[in-house]
Write a protein that binds this ligand. Structure first.
Ligand code: PBG
Length: 343
């Protein structure tokens, strides 16, 4: 027989003994005490609003997978930018749904100074100069295959793509963009864009690098929004980061900062909070997240079914970005959140 078995079992300790009187619930007992010890705050200054553009006038189109989000003609986009500025939203980010007839293999329309995205920038800047404009320096809205680069014999070729993205980014700056945001993950694009912007006299135009953009299933509704979903053949795994990797994501950020990025972004958002926290801790530079279309759609769909409280889930998801170390978030919820924060 085990000689311990006959020993007296220890007396169970009291909760005071277990906690040594450290009871964390004390500060949670009332709204005032919770407010007093709150570590993070979500404000309107944290919001960047992505909007979708279409050609035409006085028209907006619903996007099935993104209830509450619309594609806007330029005049409507101007009105929404005015509303955003009144709400105190610091910046908007524009994404064009380009007419199919204007898309081709090499994204020629990106080099049109009067393309949809540049026309929108000019119109918004003229009407609402106080709001920041971030343009998507990307080829995918302009290619007939939906890839973010120039496709040659089935391969997205890096250097030719960088050349085109860079030329397009300079035209976006010329149209009045405050920040250009390349979202393609080509190697060397940040340095190339910085050089070209400086050479063209746009030293004050900043670069927000989609430094860590992962190959993700969460972009689905976006591809419906800009009409690339049906066009895309294959996937983007040869240029976006494998979503199993985090060291590689840090190397991307390091490189983009060396090349001249002013701010970095992690995309998607909520499933990648570990990346945001690492980026904040290792680099301490302006860090943003993109709460992408699939994240928006999940919250909206569950809320529409009555399965979650959509408004609470929205606010909780945005606070998660703050907790992880973000300076701000690109989110389709931006105007709704701004209204709530305004009270
Ligand atoms: C591509 C681009 C994507 C998004 C913005 N720009 C991803 C893609 O289609 O591969 C996604 C944004 C979202 O899902 O909200 N340059």
């Amino acid at each position: 027989m085990n000689r311990h078995a006959s020993a007296r079992p220890p007396m169970p300790r009291s909760v005071d003994e277990i906690t040594a009187s450290r009871r964390l619930r004390r500060m949670r007992k009332a709204d005032w005490s919770r407010r007093l010890v709150r570590e993070n705050h979500l404000t309107v200054d944290d919001l960047i609003w992505p909007i979708f553009l279409i050609d035409g006038e006085n028209r907006r189109e619903a996007i099935a997978a993104m209830p509450g989000v619309f594609r806007l003609t330029v005049d409507m986009a101007v009105r929404e930018a005015e509303r955003a500025a009144k709400l105190g939203i610091p910046a908007i980010a524009t994404f064009p749904n380009v007419e199919l007839a204007l898309r081709d293999r090499t994204a020629t329309e990106m080099l049109n100074p009067d393309n949809l995205i540049n026309r929108a920038t000019r119109a918004i800047k003229a009407a609402v100069p106080e709001i920041g404009i971030i343009t998507d320096a990307a080829l995918d809205p302009f290619t007939d295959h939906g890839h973010d680069g120039i496709l040659s014999e089935g391969v997205v070729v890096n250097d030719e793509s960088v050349e085109r993205i860079t030329a397009g980014a300079v035209l976006q700056a010329a149209a009045g963009a405050d920040i250009v945001a390349p979202s393609d993950m080509m190697d060397g694009r940040i340095g190339a864009i910085r050089d070209a912007l400086d050479a063209a006299g746009f030293q004050d135009v900043a670069i927000m690098s989609y430094a860590t953009k992962f190959a993700s299933a969460f972009y689905g509704p976006y591809r419906e929004a800009i009409g690339t979903g049906g066009l895309l053949k294959g996937d983007k795994k040869t240029y976006y980061i494998d979503h199993a990797n985090t060291d590689e994501a840090m190397r991307e950020i390091e490189q983009d900062l060396e090349e001249g990025a002013d701010m970095v972004m992690v995309k998607p958002g909520l499933p990648y909070l570990d990346i945001i926290r690492r980026a904040r801790d290792e680099f301490a530079v302006p860090t943003f997240a993109y709460q992408v279309s699939g994240e928006y759609a999940m919250i909206e769909a569950a809320a529409a079914n009555g399965w979650i409280d959509g408004e609470k889930a929205m606010l909780e998801s945005l606070m998660a970005f703050k907790r992880a170390g973000c300076d701000g978030v690109l989110t389709y919820f931006a105007p709704r959140v701004a209204e709530i924060l305004k009270g």
